[in-house]
Write a protein that binds this ligand. Structure first.
Ligand SMILES: Nc1ncnc2c1ncn2[C@@H]1O[C@H](COP(=O)(O)OP(=O)(O)OP(=O)(O)O)[C@@H](O)[C@H]1O
Ligand SMILES: [Mg+2]
Length: 504
């Protein structure tokens, strides 16, 4: 059995075609789950080493004993040298030559050696712990429960939106960590789907954005697909194909349209915004994709901007000497390296009340919680003129507030990018679209719909299911015959080039 998987930046979902009908997989009592995972035990990463007070005490102990040993060795050498001086003149030079001169190391060198030794011991312990808990890696907690589990456990590993990291330069153990997380999430989906469909699931059509979020240009997209393929294979999928997310949404829309039309599909998600132009509806078996475009920007970029404008000033941004980049690190919850950099800082010198708030923000899970508060504010401001977010987990009674005007300013950069993307698409179309089909969670925002409509004022705007359009299309694609060779990507960069799995 093959399933369609929407491995989203914010939410993931899966479905299959059963008797020509889309059957979506339930995760708990919902048809999608937050792409957040909590692993009860940390996956060891040597870069995680930091001198906590306990480890600092170990360094101090080692340093003291190394200094004492050095003093003893010096003392002994002096004693032996004095004895050698007493030897008869004829044998004195020889006796002195036999006295070894201990190598003298500075306090700084001794401390460096002590730190290296403590770090080695720490890493050994971490590895032992990880081995002992290998089984518990299978018992990860997914979705919003992951944050609660993380807070309750007070340790372990919490990863939010791992999809955002797939195209980033991954240093050291980071690739291994991200691969492991993607594997566990895909395995969770495969097993849950298998249980509900009553069969073994071995194949998948996985959605992919037109442009992955990347810190390495095109190479980031290549890496992202490599990691996803590897993860799917480790998760027990024998064969996977990739389909561009807006093409999947077109496939779903196509099934509901009696009359033929030229549709512009606009999928505005958490991490990316994807567009496809398709001839669909009517009697054709499948939509014909005539072009696909994308930018690696989405709802999380609006969250980041809103956080920096309305939430981070409560922690001293622009009001203290703490460098601004520390606040960007704190707000970039999907970036493991930047989160680690933020957690390692000391803010003792920041003025009150910022020092204690920043320390609270460094506590386990709190940057992700703050990010959820920011996201809820953004979502709330789609409907309400103003929003108040309680931040009691940082400080009793603390709250951030934002109005729709604040949101408009925070969303301006993202909306500018969306407008430029749609303008570029408009110049490349050979015929004007008759329909605008908007989907993706951010399409719930009135300002996003307005921007799409403004770019193509003559087309009819149809709002699809913001959450389930892509996964439904992927389920339909998975219901087709797999293409000849497994693990191909259906990259459809050229107009008309997109192929649906099963169509050839
Ligand atoms: N009512 C709303 N108003 C504004 N934004 C919303 C609303 N509801 C959801 N969102 C935003 O939509 C985004 C999630 O959309 P979606 O579930 O389509 O993303 P995804 O598929 O996980 O991401 P991607 O496709 O980019 O990988 C989040 O940024 C979320 O905050
Ligand atoms: Mg999506």
């Amino acid at each position: 059995m093959r399933i369609g998987i929407d491995f989203g930046t914010s939410y993931s979902a899966a479905g299959a075609l059963v008797d020509d009908r889309v059957q979506l997989v339930r995760f708990g009592d919902a048809l999608q789950f937050r792409t957040t995972a909590f692993f009860p035990h940390a996956i060891p990463d040597p870069n995680d080493f930091a001198l906590t007070p306990a480890l600092e005490a170990q360094v101090a102990r080692l340093l003291a004993s190394a200094k004492a040993a050095q003093t003893r060795a010096l003392h002994r050498a002096n004693l032996l040298r004095a004895q050698a001086q007493q030897a008869p003149v004829a044998r004195r030079a020889e006796a002195l030559a036999l006295v070894a001169t201990p190598s003298l190391r500075s306090d700084e060198q001794l401390r460096r050696e002590a730190v290296v030794s403590v770090r080695r011991h720490w890493l050994e312990q971490q590895m032992q712990q990880a081995r002992a808990s290998a089984a518990s890696l299978q018992h990860a907690v997914y979705g919003d429960d992951a944050i609660d589990a993380y807070l309750a456990e007070g340790g372990g590993h919490l990863v939010d939106s791992p999809k955002s990291m797939l195209g980033y330069r991954l240093h050291g153990a980071a690739r291994h960590t991200i691969l492991g997380i993607a594997t566990h999430i895909l395995e969770h989906i495969r097993l849950t789907a298998g249980q509900q469909l009553g069969t073994v699931v071995r194949g998948a059509v996985i959605g992919r954005p037109v442009e992955f979020r990347s810190s390495m240009g095109e190479a980031g997209g290549v890496q992202a697909l490599e990691i996803l393929r590897e993860a799917a294979s480790a998760a027990g999928f024998d064969a996977v194909e990739f389909l561009e997310e807006p093409a999947a949404a077109a496939l779903d829309f196509h099934r509901s349209q009696a009359g033929p039309q030229r549709a512009l599909i606009v999928d505005v998600g958490g991490g990316t915004t994807d567009v496809a132009f398709a001839q669909l509806g009517g009697r054709a078996a499948r939509p014909r994709i005539r072009g696909a475009w994308g930018i690696a920007e989405g709802g999380v970029d609006v969250d980041l901007a809103l956080s920096l404008r309305r939430f981070m000033p409560l922690f001293g941004k622009d009001l203290s000497a703490v460098p601004v980049h520390r606040y960007s690190e704190a707000a970039s919850v999907h970036d493991l390296q930047r989160q680690r950099d933020f957690r390692r800082c000391r803010f003792d010198d920041a003025p009150a009340p910022f020092a204690s708030r920043l320390a609270a923000l460094q506590a386990a899970g709190n940057t992700v919680r703050l990010n959820r508060s920011v996201e809820l504010a953004k979502i709330g401001l789609s409907e309400h003129a103003s929003w108040q977010a309680g931040l009691d987990y940082i400080e009793p009674g603390l709250a951030a507030s934002a109005t729709r005007e604040h949101l408009e300013i925070a969303a301006a950069r993202f909306l500018g990018g969306l407008e430029r993307l749609l303008a570029r698409v408009g110049t490349q179309l050979d015929a004007a679209p008759t329909t605008l089909f908007v989907t993706g969670g951010m399409s719930r925002a009135p300002y996003v719909r307005a921007a799409v409509q403004a770019a193509f004022p003559d087309a009819r705007l149809v709002a699809g299911d913001p959450s389930l359009g892509v996964v439904s299309g992927l389920a339909v694609a998975a219901g087709g015959r797999p293409r000849t060779s497994a693990r191909q990507s259906s990259r459809s960069r050229e107009p008309g080039a997109a192929q649906f799995p099963g169509t050839r």
